[in-house]
Design a binder for this molecule. Sequence first.
Ligand code: SF4
Length: 377
Amino acid sequence: MSGIYIHIPFCKQACHYCDFHFSTSLKKKDELINALSKELELRKNEFKHTTIETIYFGGGTPSLLTNEELQFLIDSIYRHYKVTENPEVTLEANPDDLSNDRITELANSSVNRLSIGIQSFFETDLNLMNRAHNAEEAKACLETATKHFANISLDLIYGIPGASNKHWLKNIEIALSYNIPHISSYALTVEPKTALASFIKKGIIDDVDDEQAHEQFHILKEKLEAEGFIHYELSNFGKDGFFSQNNSAYWKGKSYIGIGPSAHSFNGTQRGWNVSNNSKYIEAIQQKKLPIEVETLTLTDQYNEYIMTGLRTIWGVSLENVEKRFGTKFKDYLNEQSEVFINQHLLYIDDGHLRVTKKGQFLSDGIASELFKINLS
Ligand code: SF4
């Protein structure tokens, strides 16, 4: 099983916290879409022997593309790759692009899953983050989208400066009132060189409070689990049957091709990343060159990745798998390193799988890094 990720590097405006690759100028949109289709063709042999099960339009803001433009890219995929009968086709969409007409149009297209960038239902939060939509649009698009799509995910951000736990709980309750089967939620992080980092430095916005973010993570977890959501990955909650197939495949180490500027690819042993510049990307593709840098992962790199992603998910780290893939030395090392965290009730072993406890969940990335700082020969 494999997936195709297509990066759409355009946004209407820059959110203050964002450090993804995008441009707010749409001047090169047509050229870029043609280049994406060309890259799909240039890389068709990479997945000659495998079937595409998921297609994911991420960004940036993929909902800035018209249905015709999306279909043009989907047709390119079908032309050059073997696609399973009913692939999961996800479109990341922002509320200000989801008018009633657009949602109806999308419901009649190949897209069968919407991932909507709500982030918050409150004007104060949306303004602080410089989102392009307002609270009314956030609610209105869900009202209509839920009538046309069964498979919807929404994104929410917690740990926003000035947003109390009560305010956060209200956000979750509003989200739940739409009966959405999947929620992805991330702590607001201050990335260097973003407007948010600069506003905090100048004292215009309060710094994020890690303690409060931690509390809000637990509020989220408790509330969603009580409503029947399964916390299947650190930042992802889904009702049974509604986990993101695309992202689950990443976390299980399956291969994928990333198309477009800044997109990443993985084939099991090599990781690649495309140039993060729209003009350079278009130019290279027009010359039939792939603007990609590739790194071959050592066994240690592969082990580290498995530990990092495994601990973030409900599936955990299979000790048998570690031994099979990496050898007894790695398994013994893992057992030794994890002992201290097991004693602190941050990790536990169940059915041959190492997992984080509820207490350890918010700390899973830090714990993982303690387990993989190794240099085995
Ligand atoms: S819409 Fe998404 S990709 Fe675009 S600036 Fe905002 S967070 Fe970044």
